[in-house]
Design a protein around this ligand. Structure first.
Ligand code: SF4
Length: 405
C-alpha cells in the first residue's frame, strides 16, 4: 500500500520538481515511512539523522507521520500525512501555508510508476473495518474508504497499455472492498477480468473475518484465468483466546473453513498467512496451537512477526513478554515453515508450467510466477513475457525452472 503511495508521491512531486535517482544527487529527501513495528520506527529515525548530517532537507510522510508527528517535527524540515501530499509539494518549494487545498480523492492524484518490473501496484481502498488491539496501521489509515470501481478499472487499463503484466491490488484489507459503497471484491474482480489483455492479478491481504462473508462469490470470481490462485489471509494466532485478546473478528475454525474452501475449489492455490508470535497474552499452550495450525494447514508462505508494542494501540498497555521468548517462538515457527516449504515444493519437480516473468532476480536471474503465483527462478528471459518452463530444482522458498523452447 505504501509503495502505491510512493507512485502518487513521485507523480505529484515530479510534476513540479526534478526527481533524481540517488540521495546524494538530491537537495531534498522525502521519506515515505512505515510505522508497523518498533524496529522500523527506530530504523527511520536513524536514517533521518544520517540524512540531516549530510545537510539534506528531509520531509517525512506515510504512516509514521500520523503515528508520531511531534517526534518527527523536531528532527525534520516537515511532516505531512499521506493525505497532505499537495501541502508537502508546496512545502518543498518553501510555501508552508496550510491553506493549500488537498484533493479529497487521493486516487485522482497523478502517479509515476517505476518500470523496473512488469508489476504495477493498484490501491483499491484505504483504511479498514477492524479494531485489532496491536495495530498502528489503523491509526495511520483510519476507517474504510473504497475507491470507485470505474477509477480502478481505468487505472488498470492504463497500466496494461503501459506494458505492465502483473497487477497487485492492494489495501489494508481487500476483503472489505466496497462494503462502504454498496459493492464488494468479487464484483470488482469480475469487472477486472473483463479487461482485454494477457495479464495477471494478485489480490492483496484479506482479513479472514470479513472475507468469509463473500467466500462463495469470491471463489467464483477467482475462477478467471487472470486472477492468480493466491490468497493472503493473515490468521495471526492459532489460539481463539489470543484472537479474542487481539480483537480479531474470527475464530481459528473460521480461518480453516475459508482456506479449505479455496483449496477444494482449485487444484493448486498458494496460501500466504501472517502469525504474530509473543503477543502479551500468548502462553506456551497458545503458541503450541499456532504451531499445530501451521502443521495442519501447511501455508506456502508465513510472515512471522514478533509482537511489538505500538503507542496509541490498545495492546500498548499490556505487559510485554521477554524478548528471548519471542525470539525462540519465531525461530521454531521459521524452522517448521522451512520444512513445510521444502515438502510442498519438492512435489513440483519435473512438472511443466506456463509462467510470467515479472522482474529481475539475483545474480542475473529472473523471477517468474505460475498461475498460482508460485515463485520460479529462471536463468534467462524477458520481463513481461509468458514462457513455458520445466521445474528442475527447488528450495523451501522458490522453484527453479528451465525454459522450454
Ligand atoms: S484489519 Fe486489523 S490488522 Fe488489519 S489494518 Fe485493520 S486494524 Fe490493522
Amino acid at each position: 500500500m505504501n509503495q502505491g503511495d510512493s507512485d502518487i508521491l513521485r507523480g505529484s512531486i515530479g510534476a513540479k520538481y526534478e526527481l533524481v535517482e540517488s540521495v546524494d544527487k538530491g537537495d531534498v529527501v522525502v521519506i515515505n515511512s512505515c510505522g508497523v513495528i518498533d524496529f522500523t520506527e527506530k530504523k527511520i529515525l536513524r536514517r533521518i539523522t544520517e540524512l540531516k548530517n549530510k545537510n539534506k532537507r528531509v520531509f517525512v510522510t506515510g504512516c509514521l507521520a500520523r503515528i508520531h508527528p511531534e517526534k518527527l517535527r523536531e528532527i525534520t524540515d516537515g511532516v505531512f500525512t499521506i493525505d497532505q501530499t499537495l501541502k508537502l509539494v508546496e512545502a518543498i518549494g518553501g510555501n508552508n501555508s496550510l491553506s493549500v487545498q488537498e484533493s479529497q480523492d487521493r486516487w485522482r492524484l497523478p502517479k509515476k510508476r517505476l518500470h523496473h518490473s512488469a508489476i504495477a501496484i493498484v490501491p483499491i481502498s484505504e483504511g479498514c473495518l477492524g479494531y485489532c488491539s496491536y495495530c498502528a496501521a489503523r491509526i495511520a489509515r483510519g476507517r474504510l474508504r473504497s475507491y470507485p470501481a470505474e477509477h480502478i478499472i481505468k487505472e488498470i487499463e492504463e497500466c496494461i497499455r503501459d506494458g505492465f503484466k502483473e497487477i497487485q491490488l492492494t489495501a489494508q484489507d481487500t476483503g472489505v472492498y466496497g462494503f462502504d459503497i454498496g459493492s464488494n471484491l468479487p464484483n470488482l474482480l469480475k469487472r477486472i477480468s473483463k479487461i482485454d489483455g494477457d495479464f495477471r492479478v494478485r489480490v492483496g491481504m484479506m482479513n479472514p473475518g470479513y472475507t468469509r462473508k463473500i467466500m462463495r462469490e469470491l471463489i467464483e470470481a477467482f475462477r478467471s484465468r487472470k486472477i492468480y490462485k493466491f490468497i493472503h489471509v493473515p490468521v495471526q494466532s492459532g489460539d481463539n483466546t489470543v484472537l479474542k485478546d487481539m480483537k480479531r473478528n474470527y475464530s481459528v475454525n473460521d480461518f480453516v473453513e475459508l482456506v479449505t474452501a479455496f483449496k477444494r475449489a482449485f487444484s493448486d492455490v498458494v496460501l500466504s498467512t501472517d502469525i504474530i508470535v509473543g503477543y502479551p497474552t500468548e502462553t506456551e499452550e497458545s503458541f503450541t496451537k499456532s504451531v499445530e495450525l501451521v502443521e495442519k494447514i501447511k501455508p506456502d508462505i508465513i510472515n512471522i512477526t514478533r509482537f511489538s508494542k505500538r503507542e496509541g494501540t490498545e495492546a500498548y498497555g499490556l505487559k510485554d513478554l521477554p524478548g528471548w521468548i519471542k525470539k525462540e517462538r519465531s525461530r521454531l515457527l521459521t524452522e517448521i515453515h522451512r520444512r513445510i516449504g521444502e515438502d510442498i515444493n519438492r512435489q513440483f519437480l519435473g512438472r511443466e508450467f506456463e509462467v510470467l516473468i515479472t522482474k529481475k532476480g539475483k545474480n542475473g536471474t529472473f523471477l517468474a510466477r505460475t498461475d498460482s503465483y508460485r515463485p520460479v527462478v529462471v536463468k534467462s528471459g524477458k520481463i513481461g513475457e509468458f514462457v513455458r518452463v520445466e521445474i528442475t530444482d527447488c528450495n523451501p522458498y522458490y522453484l527453479v525452472g528451465e525454459l522450454l523452447s
